[in-house]
Every structure is written in C-alpha cells, then in structure tokens.
Design a binder for this molecule. Structure first.
Ligand code: GLA
Length: 760
C-alpha cells in the first residue's frame, strides 16, 4: 500500500512539472507551456497559490500574439519545475545557478518560490519588496533576462518542485515574455570568459587581407584562466579553411587582452571566423562564431553617374535646396537645362537653390561631366503642396550619440557625410535628435542648451556643405530624454526652427502621454494637427516626421495631419529580433505609402552605434545588414543612418552606397513593397517601380543558408523577365514563371525583374 501511495506521489509530482526537463542533464528547459493571467496580485507569487483556472501560454511568443491583442498593463506567468541537485553535481564549475527567461516587453519582477529574485534583468540578492515604479521602466524590452543565484541560496529548493512566477508590465506594443533562451543551468566557463568582437569593425587592408581585432576578458574576480585560444576562418559556401592559429593565453582576474587575426580573403566572398578558448584545467570550451563582412557593391565608375532622387517637391515661395548627387572622378561639372526661373545651379557643387512662385511641374535636364565622360538625367520638380516626394535619406544622431549629441558632433557628421562620399549617392539630411534643448525664454523662444551655442550658425554650416538639417521635439512638455518639449509653444517653436534654417522636424509623442493618458483617435491627432498648422505658417519646407510608434494606426491618418513620414513601430535596436520583428511586420501599412507620405520603421542600425558616448559596432551580422538595407529600400522607408559617420568601415560604406539599391528606395512611383510569400523560414517581398519593373527581396529567416523560391505568378508577372542582382549590380539572365536563389542565414537578396517584350 505504502508503495502504491509513493508511486502515485511520484506520478503526481511528474504531472505538476509543467515545464520540460531537457535531454541535456545540465539544463532544465523552461520553454514549454506556462500558466498565464492578466491583472496584478502579489499573492500570485506564492508557491501554494492555485493557478489551475489560469490559461496557458507559450513564453517564446508575446501575449499579443497569443490571444491578448491590444492588452497593455500587468500580467503574470507561472511555471513549476523540478531542480535536481545532479545539475550542480555534474557541472565542473558550480558556484551559481542561472535562470534565463528570454526577453520581456517591457518590465518584470521574478519570484522564485514566493521570494523576489530579480527586477528588469537585475538579480536581487537581498530580501526586498518589489517596487512598482521600478518595474515600470522603459526601453528594456530587448534586454536578455538572466537571473543568477548562489547555489546555496535558500530560495532554490534543490530536488523539489520550484515555482517561478513572473510579474510583467507592458507599456504598449506586443507585451510579456518572448525570445529563445528559457532554461535553468549552472554557470560555466562561458560565464567566466568574454569575447568582445564589437569594439571595432573588420578592416579590409589594401593588400586584400582582412584584419579582425577583438578582446578576451576574464570576468571572474578571483580565478586565473589559462588555456588555448584557437582562431579559424572558413569560407561559408564550402567550409574550406582559409586561416588557423593557436596560442596559449593566461588571464588574471578581470584581465582583458586584445588580439587579432589577419588573413587573405576575396572581399566579396562570405566567410566565418570561429574563436575557441579551451580551458587547460577542465578542458571545457567556449566557442563563438562571427560572420566576416563581404562586400557586394562594385566601386562607382570614374565616368560621371547621376544618382539619388529623380523627383523633387517644393512649396511655392519656400527656399529651394536640391543637391544633384553624382559620382565620378573629380572635378565634376554640372549643368541644368530648362531650369525654371527663380532657380540657379552652382556648376561646381551641383546645388540648386532659389525659390519658385507658382504651383506647376517642370522637367529639368541635368548633366554631369568630367574628363572621362558625360551623364544626363531628367529631374522632375513639382511645385505644390506635398514635399519629400521620395523618402528622406540622411543621418540622425540618436542611434549613435543618444543624448550626448553636440554642435561639434553634428558638424563632424556633416563633414563626414561629404568626405566619405555619401552625399554623392543622395544622402542629404543631418538630423539632431533629442538632447539639444534647454528651455523657453520669457518671450517663448526655445533656447538650445550649452552644447549648441549657435543654432543658426550650425544650420548655415550644414547648408553650406550642400546638406540639409533636422531637429527634434515633442508635443508634450518634455521629450523622451526629459528635455524641454513644445507643449504650449508650438507656433513659436516652428517659427524659431524656420528662422534658424531647419529642414526636418521629428515630433515625438513622449510626455504627451501624460496629457492624454488613454488617447482617443482625436486626441492622438490633436497635437500633430497643432504643429502642422504652425509649420505651414513658417514659410519653409520642413519635412514633418511623426514619431508616436504607430499608435491608432497612424499610417491611416498621418497624411491628414500633413505628416511626411510616421514611425510605425517602437524603437529599433541592433539585434535580429528587433530588425526582423519590425521589418517583416510592415505589410499592413503598405497601402498608405505614397510620395511625400512614408511609413517609417525607424532608423538604420549599421556601423558604430551605442545610443550614448560609448560606441560599438552594430550587433547585426553582415547578412542581417543586407536584409536591413534591402527591406528598408523595398518598404520605401526613410533611410536615416544611425552611426558615427567619422568611423565608417569599408563594409558599412559599401552597404550605404549601392546606387541601384538606393534607386529602389527612391523610386518616384512611391509604392511600398508587399509581402507575396511567407513561411516560417523565408519571406518574399515585391515592389512595383515606375518603369514597370519589379524589385523583389528574398529573405532567409533561419540560421542556415537556404534556397528561397519565387513564383512569378505571385506578382502577377507573366512571360520572360530579365533579372538583375542589385547588390552585385550584375545581370543574372532571363527568368520565367519560377526561380530560386540561395540566401545566407538571416540574409537578403534584392533583384530587379524587367519585362522582356521580345519573347524569342
Ligand atoms: C524616442 C524615439 C527615439 C528617440 C528618443 C529620444 O524613444 O522613438 O527615436 O528620438 O525618443 O529621446
């Protein structure tokens, strides 16, 4: 009898363990069903609480994707799991237990067996009561949640059932737990040694070698680490080894060493670098793989070529400013035939200035000449109500400098836009984001803070380089960074911006949330209408960029408040999760995109970024960055580079100067791509272009190279089409009905299909 009771007890215990036990003995998986309930009650943290009436949820996907659409606020997750002591017995280094809870949108309190162990990714070591204001922090949605407990921490119940309860708070957007890594394990060598590949980019040397520098750090405070460091490079296509090097390294506690590898490689060929450290004492290994950037865009020819926008909108009487973007061996000489009266072209710089008095359309014949040749192209000028007839292209300070932006950094960025040659490919805006504002004076004029001593001087300087300049504010009293907003000063602010010479305003909702905490559609529109009127009175063409993260389906009414572009999502980050979840979810807003009315999935996260004074190389792989630029071009998205322009590496510059890819983004028809085929592993997007051709993007969402098939019937394309690889700028032959292309992990290919009317 006793035996039966015991057996039933064991079965019951196995049944209550709702989260998986892994096949790997040293990992407890937490990635299957959890219990879930919206609302908030601290009693739900208790181990003995009866959650049998709760719903179930997959922690790998946000709650909005699992039946809780539109829900913001508190919700709780609960999971019961056995933590066997064999976990620590089998592990070689056994001082701490780590609990990985993927990522959480936006904030969390984590309880183990009723006790608080973590807040927003920070382990709580001492006994503490959870504080509500702490949990409600912003901007933590893409942060890994890893909580670390000493193995003798009494909050862990070894060899018993443990209850993990997670209290989440979501401000807006998807909500709750998501991500990949949900598990319990002991800390290992990986947690003691850190490779940092992001402090610098790969350097392509003139002798066709490539150099990668990186650091290795012993992050323990007490132990010495000694072992072998192996660096290997292989070609991604066939696994052929192109470099291998072994050395012995020894690191004292907290010591960081810098090392590097230099090897010969064809720049255009994808390769991977693998770095392995093998600990001499335990033979445990830590391995990391890094993609070597591959350069696809061919160099611009020495003969002249005209790039950038083919159409330009201006309002009557507004100052006209258009720089003809052109490449070719300098000096270049510019001419413009049929330039309407009121405009002049500077033949040395290609800058067209002046103003036009009446509404109308003009076609100007541009030419650019150098010693080697001659290029010509039409520029259509439309004098009317709508400006920004192609998506704005430029730079914004936020993703690199964050709130540490200054006059000096802006001038340096403008200089670098010119010296790097980006200006010759159509890049034109230099936009100051948050962090420039001080306060309104007694006359209501907005004063810049000490970092911007002379705004009109700065605007003049940027204009003198042939570039345009943008600024940032909020309709609320404060910006997202806590600086002075425009609330109550809209008209005066717009006048000030115009008098300084500002060409672009990013207007960011932020603290307007306190004025309209639960906004109706009218309340969402109200502050944007107010600034619309103020800008229209300012007699200067100022691109009006709405930033309110897509609330109230802004794409369906952004044009009504005169927005030239509107953010469709929250802030982007330099991770695949962020890039892919934003980029691939832009389908629903596609019908609203039109010349002068652009959906904005946020800025580019390439090059050296950091959102503050300390910069690092983007965490996106080269393949992911090809996806980024290909997709943003198909989406007709504003292209705003968010990196330090003074530190552009060869790969990033190459990525940003492909005129055939940029031409897709700048296509005058202004139609946004639509999703034509989607499955778990890949997506195909297609964009109709003005000349009747179609740009097609093939995207691989997996971590392995795969062939992506395209059915031309999906785009209603019949007959033969000439296909061109836009990144490589090379013809791929004739296709009909169906084709497929190999796409690298998380990578994107962009091709152009041109109808071939001669069917023979
Ligand atoms: C918000 C915006 C960002 C940036 C910051 C500035 O988060 O979405 O793009 O402008 O504010 O504080």
């Amino acid at each position: 009898m006793k035996k039966i009771i015991l057996l039933t007890g064991i079965i019951a215990m196995l049944l209550v363990i709702s989260c998986n036990q892994s096949k790997e003995p040293n990992i407890v998986l937490l990635d299957s069903e959890w219990k879930f309930k919206t609302g908030n009650d601290l009693n739900w943290a208790a181990q003995g609480f009866d959650d049998s009436s709760w719903g179930t949820i997959d922690p790998k996907n946000t709650w909005e994707n699992q039946g809780y659409k539109g829900y913001n606020g508190y919700a709780w997750y609960r999971c019961k799991t056995l933590i066997r002591s064999s976990l620590k017995d089998q592990s070689k280094i056994t001082d701490s237990l780590q609990i990985f809870l993927g990522k959480i949108d936006d904030c969390d309190h984590v309880f183990l067996n009723g006790e608080l162990i973590g807040e927003n990714g920070r382990t709580i070591y001492e006994k503490l009561q959870p504080a509500d204001d702490y949990i409600k922090q912003h901007g933590l949605w893409n942060t890994d949640r890893r909580y670390l407990l000493a193995q003798n921490d009494p909050r862990i119940h070894w060899d018993q059932e443990n209850l993990i309860a997670v209290r989440c708070f979501d401000h807006d957007g998807p909500g709750g737990m998501f991500g990949k890594r949900f598990e319990i394990s002991m800390t290992g060598l990986r947690d003691r040694l850190k490779f940092d590949f992001a402090s610098s980019a790969f350097v392509y040397n003139p002798d066709t070698t490539v150099t990668k520098s990186f650091t290795v750090t012993n992050i323990t405070g007490t132990e010495r680490l000694k072992g072998e460091l192996k660096i290997e490079a292989t070609l991604s296509d066939n696994g052929i080894s192109i470099y291998s090097n072994r050395s012995i390294i020894e690191l004292s506690p907290h010591q960081k060493i810098e090392t590097s590898a230099t090897f010969r490689k064809n720049m255009a060929v994808p390769a991977a670098l693998r770095v392995t450290f093998t600990d001499a004492a335990t033979r445990n290994k830590v391995t990391e793989d890094v993609e070597v950037p591959y350069i696809l865009t061919p160099e611009s020819p020495s003969e002249p070529r005209i790039n950038g926008a083919k159409i330009f909108g201006v309002r009557p009487w507004s100052p006209f400013h258009f720089k003809v973007a052109a490449t070719g061996k300098p000096p270049l000489k510019y001419t413009a035939a049929d330039l309407p009266e009121g405009l002049v072209l500077n033949p040395e710089t290609g800058l067209i200035t002046g103003s036009l008095k009446k509404k109308g359309e003009f076609v100007v014949k541009l030419t650019v000449e150098n010693q080697l040749g001659y290029a010509e192209r039409d520029l259509k000028i439309i004098v009317g109500d709508v400006i920004s007839l192609t998506p704005p292209m430029g730079w914004n300070s936020w993703n690199c400098w964050g709130l540490s932006v200054s006059d000096k950094k802006v001038r340096q960025s403008a200089d670098a836009m010119v010296s790097s040659g980006l200006i010759n490919h159509g890049w034109s805006y230099i936009n100051i984001d948050d962090g420039w504002e001080d306060t309104h004076d007694k006359n209501g004029n907005i004063l810049p803070n000490y970092k911007f001593p002379n705004m009109p001087g700065l605007c003049n300087y940027v204009h003198s380089l042939g570039l345009k300049i943008g600024i940032y504010s909020s309709p609320g009293p404060k910006t997202c960074g806590g600086y002075e907003g425009s609330y109550g000063f809209e008209a005066k602010d717009a006048q000030n911006y115009a008098s300084w010479g500002i060409d672009y305003l990013k207007y960011d909702w932020c603290s307007y949330g306190n004025i309209a905490p639960d906004p109706s559609l009218d309340q969402l529109k109200k502050p944007y209408k107010e600034m619309k009127h103020a800008l229209r009175k300012a007699n200067r063409d100022i691109h009006y960029s709405l930033c309110q993260y897509g609330m109230g389906d802004v794409w369906s009414w952004g044009a009504e408040v005169d927005g030239n572009s509107w953010r469709t999502t929250g802030d982007i980050e330099d991770t695949w999760e962020s890039l892919s979840s934003i980029g691939f979810s832009q389908g629903p807003c596609s019908p609203w995109s039109a010349p002068g009315r652009w959906n904005d999935p946020d800025m580019l996260v390439v090059g050296m970024v950091g959102w503050g004074p300390a910069l690092r190389n983007t965490r996106l792989t080269p393949g992911e960055q090809y996806t980024h630029l290909s997709l943003w071009s198909l989406l007709a998205a504003p292209l705003l580079i968010g990196c330090d322009l003074e530190k552009l590496d060869a790969f990033t510059l190459n990525l940003l100067t492909n005129d055939e890819v940029i031409a897709v983004n700048q296509d005058p028809l202004g139609k946004q791509a639509v999703l034509i085929r989607k499955c778990d592993d890949f997506e195909v997007w297609a964009r109709d272009l003005e000349d009747g051709s179609v740009a097609v993007g093939l995207f691989n969402k997996t971590e392995k190279a795969l062939y992506v098939p395209v059915e031309m019937i999906d785009m209603k394309l019949e007959g033969k089409h000439a296909m061109r690889d836009l990144w490589k700028q090379s013809d791929l032959g004739i296709v009909r009905d169906h084709f497929e292309m190999k796409v690298l992990p998380h990578g994107g290919r962009l091709v152009l299909l041109k109808p071939k009317f001669n069917q023979n």
